[in-house]
Ligand binder design. Structure first.
Ligand code: FAD
Length: 384
């Protein structure tokens, strides 16, 4: 008798584990193999930027080891194993020379950090933090440090800035734009967050970028494009993420900003699905937890015989800057309309309204952040 081919899930981040948890509700005995390049520990990635605020180091943030997850979910997990190619016609994965056959394949392999092309001999002091193993390395390097420079003032750069200040570190943020979180927050809300972070002691270097990182004893000296210099003990690079598309594209899958999938999470390859940070779902690239949870629920049903399309509801993004609580639900990219702003110092309520007066998005900071649920009732879902 031939052995049942497994459903193979590549990636043990929130997307991979959420999917398998959902799958187990419908198919307790389905053979599942999870393959991951990392150690397979289960953790909540959003907590990486709250380690000091919540007083948790990397061990404190790990929820369960790969072995514990394998037992809990009744699956086989292969940690420290990087998939190197997909042969969709043969229904096989490649791990170097090894071939692994699958019945269905799920790509939950996340996004790569964008790495800047910097000059200097201090680049080993530049850290990107996109998983728990990165965080452990960063926390070890932080021992004895006082001053952290952060490249990038997006959501992740701002969250780390707040968290490191809460941990008592000096923090400098260098970013090309003049407002924080451009593209996510309208200017009045961004200014409120930036003012609150500055009030907490974060030093901003807006409108410029880091060009060189040079060793200066145990510390580094950063040279900026506008010729300013500053010293820090180490540097966090928080300049963005790129969905991992290369292996899928090489296998013939349609890719755009992410791996292109239908609302049923189907790639253009037979029996290959994708969800999480690597996937562009029906044109939407939403690298957040709520969308991937919705995808996991839908895909678990599809994999157990009931093709199910995901429907994204209203999913505001909470920005974890406790110095200025912030929630945002951006309007659709091409929407016409304007922001209407009510402001009292760092308390900002910005509502994006169409020419017909419909509410299409919002951003709230400070005490207005409490109104997010009420505002969420007025906006249309991502998938209407
Ligand atoms: P990942 O967690 O990156 O998992 C990818 C997995 O694939 C890993 O196990 C990796 O080892 C594996 N892998 C990659 N390549 C291969 C390969 N070739 N072979 C085998 N395995 C491979 N979202 C929110 O909604 N709210 C927040 O407050 C929030 N805060 C955040 C804070 C930080 C600091 C960061 C970095 C992100 C935050 N996010 C937040 C985003 C959210 O955490 C991500 O959208 C989510 O965790 C992505 O999960 P994932 O499983 O798709 O990817």
């Amino acid at each position: 008798m031939t052995e049942e081919l497994p459903v193979v899930v590549v990636g043990t981040g929130l997307a991979g584990y959420a999917l398998v948890r959902e799958l187990r509700k419908h198919a307790p005995d389905q053979r599942v193999l999870m393959i991951t390049a990392d150690d397979g520990a289960s953790y909540s990635k959003p907590m990486l930027s709250t380690g000091f605020t919540k007083d948790k180091d990397a061990d404190g943030l790990a929820q369960a080891s790969a072995e514990a997850m394998a037992e809990q979910l009744n699956v086989e997990i292969r940690p420290y194993t990087a998939v190197t190619a997909i042969d969709a016609d043969a229904h096989e994965l490649r791990i170097g020379q090894e071939r692994v056959r699958y019945s269905r394949l799920v790509l939950a392999w996340g996004a790569d950090v964008v790495r800047l092309d910097l000059d200097g001999d201090g680049l080993d002091r530049v850290f990107s933090i996109n998983d728990l193993m990165d965080y452990r390395t960063f926390r070890e390097a932080l021992a004895g440090a006082r001053h952290v420079a952060i490249m990038g003032a997006g959501l992740i750069g701002c969250e780390f800035a707040n968290d490191l200040r809460n941990g008592g570190y000096d923090v400098s943020v260098i970013a090309p734009d003049h407002t924080v979180m451009p593209g996510l927050l309208p200017k009045p809300a961004a200014d409120a967050v930036q003012t609150a972070l500055a009030g907490l002691g974060v030093a901003f270097y807006p409108g410029t970028v880091v060009q060189r990182v040079d060793r200066q004893g145990d510390a580094v000296r950063l040279t900026l494009a506008d010729s300013q210099t500053l010293e820090a003990d180490l540097v966090i690079s928080a300049v963005g993420l790129q969905p991992r598309v290369a292996l899928a594209r090489a296998a013939g899958a349609d890719t755009a900003r992410g791996i292109v999938v239908s609302r049923a999470l189907e790639t253009s390859l037979p029996d290959v699905y994708a969800l999480g940070d690597c996937a562009e779902v029906d044109g939407h690239l939403l690298p957040y937890v709520m969308p991937l949870m919705a995808c996991a629920r839908a895909l678990a049903r599809t994999l157990t015989g009931e093709r199910t399309e995901v429907r994204y509801g209203v999913m505001p993004v909470m920005v974890k800057t406790p110095c200025c609580p912030t929630a945002v639900y951006p309007p659709p990219a091409q929407a016409s309309g304007e922001w209407q702003v009510t402001q009292d110092g760092q308390d900002v309520k910005a509502v994006f309204r169409s020419p017909k007066g419909e509410t299409l998005g919002f951003a709230v900071t400070g005490r207005y952040a409490m109104e997010k649920q009420q505002l969420a009732r007025d906006v249309p879902p991502v998938h209407s």
